[in-house]
Design a protein around this ligand. Structure first.
Ligand SMILES: Cc1cc2nc3c(=O)[nH]c(=O)nc-3n(C[C@H](O)[C@H](O)[C@H](O)COP(=O)(O)OP(=O)(O)OC[C@H]3O[C@@H](n4cnc5c(N)ncnc54)[C@H](O)[C@@H]3O)c2cc1C
Length: 364
């Protein structure tokens, strides 16, 4: 396999290549342009032949391998850009026993199966996906340097943050939590699976605005909704209390002492008694996984979501974000749509710096 010599302005990179292919970058003045695209700002042209996974300079480092990161990797790879996905392996999608609202799967699909398919599809076009955690990210000389928990150091022209969010869980062992999810006794997303609890007995665990809104939302699916505080007292305003009363939503003070899975029911105990339900929705909050962006000084919302423009660009040039880590509906469809937009912005922004032109066989 031929090796590539890559020169780029004041940078000059090593000639190492991997088994993924070779890159051919030829610097030349603007007259070499062969299509109607405007010349790049730097008057450079890049003629490339195939995917390259140069460890020393990536086109895009995708942090997070959930639906957003994997969709972006698919698009980037199909744009003939080098995309590396680093994933810590805690996609919320992997919790989904079966989703019925993701289009194209009339009988539903499990989150793990969907992730497998997305990984397979992205790899088919040359994206590389690895299990690793990015623990540090810095911007230097117009590129990003990433440090991983495996001690690997990476350099990339652009970074897409697709790191998602974490749901705050009730105090349950890992095993009981997983069983609860698998059996539909524990649910986290009324938008996703409210339909599945139609006319069933539902409890929402939590208090305050979030839990109140979730209980009200679920009331359109069932007449049996109980709002149970995880702590002792509810933090519900008089107005909210009145609206709950009008909708016949029971308000039960906590704290919630125990949660047990019983066959097809879930049992909750509070100081005043015990009750069983068909499903429990914990509404205890989410932690936004946006610390890498925060350290870079990127603009964020008060609750820690990364703020982006319509093309998924953050306030820091070269840094993009998609999926749950960006404010939105927190759905797979939203994540994949944002990822497609982010990947296309990355491609176009890179192209704006240096026009990408594919080489003919004769040029290789
Ligand atoms: C129980 C449950 C059921 C759901 N059901 C549905 C449904 O039916 N339909 C629907 O549309 N949505 C559903 N959702 C929501 C859906 O799972 C999310 O909207 C979707 O997974 C968001 O995708 P994402 O790629 O943004 O984030 P995620 O899927 O959460 O992926 C983020 C990835 O980034 C990784 N990561 C984070 N930080 C780092 C780092 N520093 N380095 C490397 N990797 C990192 C994480 O480990 C994780 O693997 C459900 C969620 C839950 C919890």
């Amino acid at each position: 396999m031929p090796q590539a010599l890559v020169g780029c302005g004041h940078n000059r990179y090593s000639t190492s290549t991997t088994t993924f292919g070779s890159v051919y970058m030829i610097l030349s003045p603007a007259p070499l342009f062969r299509n109607s695209s405007p010349p790049s700002r730097f008057g450079l042209i890049i003629i490339y032949r195939s995917h390259s996974m140069r460890e020393d300079l990536l086109d895009c480092l995708v942090i997070g391998g959930g639906p957003a990161g994997l969709t972006a990797a698919l698009y980037l790879a199909r744009y003939h850009l080098s995309a590396l996905v680093l994933d810590h392996g805690e996609s919320r999608a992997s919790w989904i026993p079966i989703t019925h609202n993701y289009p194209g799967f009339p009988d539903g699909v499990s989150g793990k199966e969907l992730l497998n398919r997305l990984r397979q599809q992205a790899r088919k076009y040359g994206a590389v996906i690895r299990q690793d955690e990015v623990v540090g990210l810095a911007r230097q000389n117009g590129c990003f340097d990433a440090e991983c928990s495996s001690s690997t150091l990476l350099r990339s022209r652009t970074v897409l943050l697709a790191t998602g969010v974490e749901n705050v869980r009730p105090a349950l062992s890992e095993e009981v939590h997983a069983q609860g999810l698998a059996r539909g006794l524990l649910r986290y997303c009324p938008v996703c699976d409210g339909f599945e609890i139609t006319d069933k007995r539902v409890a929402v665990l939590g208090t305050g605005e979030r839990a109140f809104s979730e209980a009200m939302f679920l009331r359109s699916y069932t007449s049996s909704v109980t709002l149970i505080s995880a702590q002792r007292d509810h933090e519900i305003s008089a107005d909210q209390q009145e609206r709950l009363n009008l909708c016949s939503i029971a308000l039960v003070p906590g704290p919630c002492l125990t949660i047990h899975l019983l066959g097809r029911e879930i049992e909750l105990t509070v100081p005043t008694g015990t009750a069983t339900f068909d499903s429990l929705y914990p509404a205890l909050g989410t932690k936004i996984r946006s610390s890498l962006a925060r350290e870079l000084g990127v603009n964020m919302s008060a609750d820690g979501c990364i703020l982006v423009d319509k093309q998924q660009r953050s306030s820091l040039p070269g840094l993009y974000a998609a999926g749950d880590v960006v404010y939105g509906l927190d759905q797979i469809c939203g994540a994949t749509g944002q990822a497609a937009m982010a990947a296309t912005s990355i491609r176009n922004d890179l192209c704006h710096e240096r026009q990408l032109l594919r080489a003919s066989d004769a040029e290789i």
